[in-house]
Design a protein around this ligand. Structure first.
Ligand code: AMP
Length: 436
């Protein structure tokens, strides 16, 4: 913000006010999810949890921050995430700490640290929580966002890749999503990728000068990323570039073939995309994304794949793994765009109305009885008139329970159905039986 020319005292006041103003705004790229939305989140998490249970994955809670080294090594220091997007700071003990930009590296770290190799294999883990990336915010892209992540660690079999893809599709099926496309590729392994890398560099050499600046810098360090550059000129240059698929070693080709047969067996429709390399260095063999036709440019609701060398990259033993992460904000945006159901919106069933101020304590006691019987209830705490309590009741609840001196004397409540506009005198027990 430009600070205008002012006298010192005025200037200090101006800066202070600006700081205070900033402090009452959520930081760029973050957002408050409030009560009119959180119930949708609870619904989506519940479905994720149900699918995880059905597929035999157990939930884990991992730290929101880790040693920076974990991501530098695991995600790869030539990736956008590590180069530009991490929230890294030095803690009071002088350690370099990073707010997690993704969960896979932490899952693998946890597998190694907790010696999960001694338990049943593959270890099947899932988790949900906030991730942090310093990206340019736009619709569907935030600096703090929530991912549901699942990983199967310790198995090589392509049937596990199939389970992972199927798991993600099953979540979206249960959420009622349509208009999704599963795109798939194989990015090879350290045996075949160097050969492909060379072939790609050879192909791009004559057009090097035309590449965008970012891709020029990728040419030596990470040429595969040039394939998924969004710039029209780079897209045109790579249009007929050789595909990784044509350079797979026999092991990767066999893996891919068995996965394709599995997908065919379960009737999953996938589209092969030779440009799909994913932003993260650790992928080997399978890479996939699920794209929504109802989002703008940020259209991936899910991304995942196999990463057989990640554990070694972070200094552990060889642990093959495969998994995916799905962005919950984008899932909800797609569900909203498609008019999917989020289950039942929580609402107050009953509003307890005190006809006179002297009835407020009895109203409170009745409300408590209802709540203890799991009937959601609320009342006025602002000393409002009976008329305005009734207005509140009509806008926030399905029924009103009115208590005044005469009701209290008789031990009854005036029970009003606010939509049918009918009313009757009932005892609290009768109300509970009626509403339960
Ligand atoms: P990635 O970890 O980059 O493979 O991303 C996996 C999924 O997380 C994506 O398909 C998105 O659904 C979601 N995602 C990634 N980055 C963001 C972001 N900045 N904002 C919101 N969702 C994101």
């Amino acid at each position: 913000m430009a600070v205008p020319k002012l006298k010192r005292a005025e200037r200090d006041k101006f800066i202070l006010e600006a700081v205070i103003l900033e402090a009452v705004k959520a930081p760029r790229g973050t957002r408050d999810v409030l009560g009119d939305e959180t119930w949708k989140w609870a619904y989506v998490s519940e479905i994720c949890r149900n699918v995880a249970d059905d597929y035999g994955y157990r939930e884990v809670h991992l730290p929101i921050f880790e040693h920076t080294e974990l991501f530098a090594r695991g995600v790869g220091d030539t990736t956008d995430i590590v180069e530009k997007e991490m929230y890294t700071f030095t803690d009071k003990g002088g350690r370099s700490i990073t707010l997690r930009p993704e969960l896979t590296a932490s899952m693998v770290r946890s597998y190694i640290e907790n010696e999960m190799n001694k338990g049943p294999q593959p270890a099947k883990l899932w988790g949900i929580g906030p991730m942090f990336r310093y990206e340019r915010p736009q619709k569907g892209r935030y600096r703090q966002f929530v991912q549901m992540d699942m990983e199967a660690l310790g198995a090589q079999d392509p049937l596990v890749d199939l389970e992972v893809i199927d798991f993600s599709m099953e979540i979206y099926r249960r959420l009622g999503l349509s208009n999704l496309q599963v795109v798939l590729n194989s990015v090879g392994c350290p045996k075949c990728r160097p050969v492909y890398r060379k072939a790609l560099q050879e192909y791009l050499k004559s057009r090097y000068d035309d590449l965008c600046d970012t891709c020029k810098s990728r040419y030596d360090r990470n040429p595969l990323r040039i394939l998924d550059c969004k710039s029209p000129i780079c897209k045109e240059i790579t249009e007929n570039a050789p595909a990784v698929m044509e350079h797979l070693c026999p092991e990767c080709a066999e893996h891919f073939d068995r996965l394709m047969r599995g997908l065919d067996k379960i009737g999953a429709k996938v589209v092969l995309d030779k440009r799909l390399v994913r932003g993260l260095d650790y992928y080997t063999k399978t890479a996939y994304e699920i794209l929504s036709g109802d989002l703008g440019s940020q259209n991936a609701v899910c991304g995942g794949g196999r990463y057989d060398n990640l554990a070694e990259a972070i200094g552990g033993p060889h642990v093959p793994g495969v998994g995916f992460a799905s962005g919950i904000e984008r899932v909800i945006l797609t569900m909203e765009a498609q008019g999917c159901s989020f289950g039942r919106k929580p609402e107050n069933k009953v509003y307890v109305v005190a006809a006179e101020p002297s009835a407020r304590l009895d109203a409170m006691a009745l409300m408590r009885t209802l709540r203890m019987n799991r009937i959601s209830a609320d009342m006025d705490y602002m000393g409002r008139s009976m008329k305005s309590q009734m207005k509140n009741a009509a806008s926030t609840a399905l029924y009103a329970c009115i208590l005044g001196t005469s009701e209290i004397e008789k031990g009854v409540v005036t029970f009003k159905d606010l939509s049918a506009k009918t009313q009757e005198e009932l005892t609290p027990e009768q109300i509970i039986n009626k509403l339960k």
